[in-house]
Design a protein. Sequence first.
Lengths: 320, 320
Amino acid sequence: MAVYTDVSTDDLARFLTRYDIGELLSYKGIAEGVENSNFLVHTSKGYFILTLYEKRVAEGDLPFFIGLMEHLAARGLNCPQPVKTKDGAALGVLAGRPAAIVTFLDGLWIRKPGVGHCAAVGEALAKLHLAGGDFAMKRPNALSVESWRPLFEHAGPRGDTVRPELCNEIVGELDVLEKSWPRGLPQGVIHADLFPDNVFFLGDRLSGLIDFYFACTDTLVYDVAICLNCWCFEPDHSFNVTKGRALLKAYQAVRPLSKAECDALPVLARGAAMRFLLTRLVDWLAVPEGALVKPKDPLEYYRKLRFHQSVTSARDYGLN
Amino acid sequence: MAVYTDVSTDDLARFLTRYDIGELLSYKGIAEGVENSNFLVHTSKGYFILTLYEKRVAEGDLPFFIGLMEHLAARGLNCPQPVKTKDGAALGVLAGRPAAIVTFLDGLWIRKPGVGHCAAVGEALAKLHLAGGDFAMKRPNALSVESWRPLFEHAGPRGDTVRPELCNEIVGELDVLEKSWPRGLPQGVIHADLFPDNVFFLGDRLSGLIDFYFACTDTLVYDVAICLNCWCFEPDHSFNVTKGRALLKAYQAVRPLSKAECDALPVLARGAAMRFLLTRLVDWLAVPEGALVKPKDPLEYYRKLRFHQSVTSARDYGLN
């Protein structure tokens, strides 16, 4: 949930005069995204999403995110399409913040994904990787293996208040990941945060992908490892290999994985679990006692990490 | 801002099958209202607002609120209109909470109301009072003069942490209000919370009134006193008599005030300031240190109260 910045009617109406999207009829702050302020805007020409970028998103990265959405939409991927001003600009300033307007996508996110949803996500992810192939801009992954130890040290020894011995276990795992992290696999644009709430469905059909604000240039199959983490576990944290198989098979039908990519999957899955464990741990420890907003449970990803540590090959994820 | 309850797609889709409003296409939690969870729902037949009533709203009061919106909408007042199920029910249960669907109203709320907006609100308020005249249900005002001392005692001596001597001043004012509170003035349905964020405009035209969840049966002119408090002060807490005059004149053009009602206006305005001072004080003191959500400043209404204490007659509000 996030609406950090209030926008006055006058300021918004003035902002919209730069666009060719009609008269302002209503706007509502919406509880979506955790990094930015989002508004659903109704004008005489339709519905749009207005995003104000709060300080957790680096302003220098915005041209990459906006450019990527434009690039992918132009290649037929269903994702929010930046709306340009009459002068051709996709980024402006509103209420003192960088701001953009994108098209509104219908669709529903699935709270309890089934096997069919996992297959649809695998296919969409592969299409995203192919469509991103000729995107010229680069953005390093600020949340990859090099960043994890500093992130962990930022959380500090208080990690053990969340679970006894957690810090020691993290340090041990970081030692492994830093030594064995695969290099030289195919790189490209990855979404890097394709959780269920960022994937829309209409009926059984995947209707769109949203929230490209962690997208970056990184190992493509790492994106697959992230999706295995966030789509294929059950609420009791057990891995559902039928879902894993469906996701991987659908991905490979569009973009086959090389042997080297398959071999790297287990360690990449461990890394993906570590990345979400660490950012959730930092958020968890940053929230004051008694606050109304409860952050996501970091231990969910600790338990997933434990599963990945027990994996012996990519076959354990359902890879044929 | 408020989305307290998450609703799953499956649960919502099942809930909607009871209605004749088409297929679910999307829904977003919206940052609106402070008492309930609200969602903007898009179906194949249009846009609607779904409200889940959280525990701050007494379930027994819901038929009054829903019935009132229906009654007012039927009399041409622009307010959200409850949508009934195929069985004719306006209230259901979703995610374990009482839930209702109402029509979506376009419109924008005015952050900095001008004289014209105040006149429009005065007129709309009088029309609401007339339209409510034959509404059969009754609901006592749970936040009227009898409730203020218990509410204050609930906040306790910690009030002085907000401003030195605040508690003494409140006790003194409560003594005055309890003794001089007017009885026997015309009663009826009042909105009781017609703040700028509950009034929509499209251009200069008032396009709708929302949020009837404090509505009750009480002294009609008390509603006018509430509006003087929340529409006619400047950001520096000075009273703008031009705005007061515009609001009162437009109100009286639809529903003239009797001499007794005019005479009672100053003490009712003091009471209205006290009511918002007290509820804001309770909310302010209830929020833990360091919380992300900042409640509204109670001292805004302390300063307004000080103004009303200096008023000698309703002429000071602009009444001719």
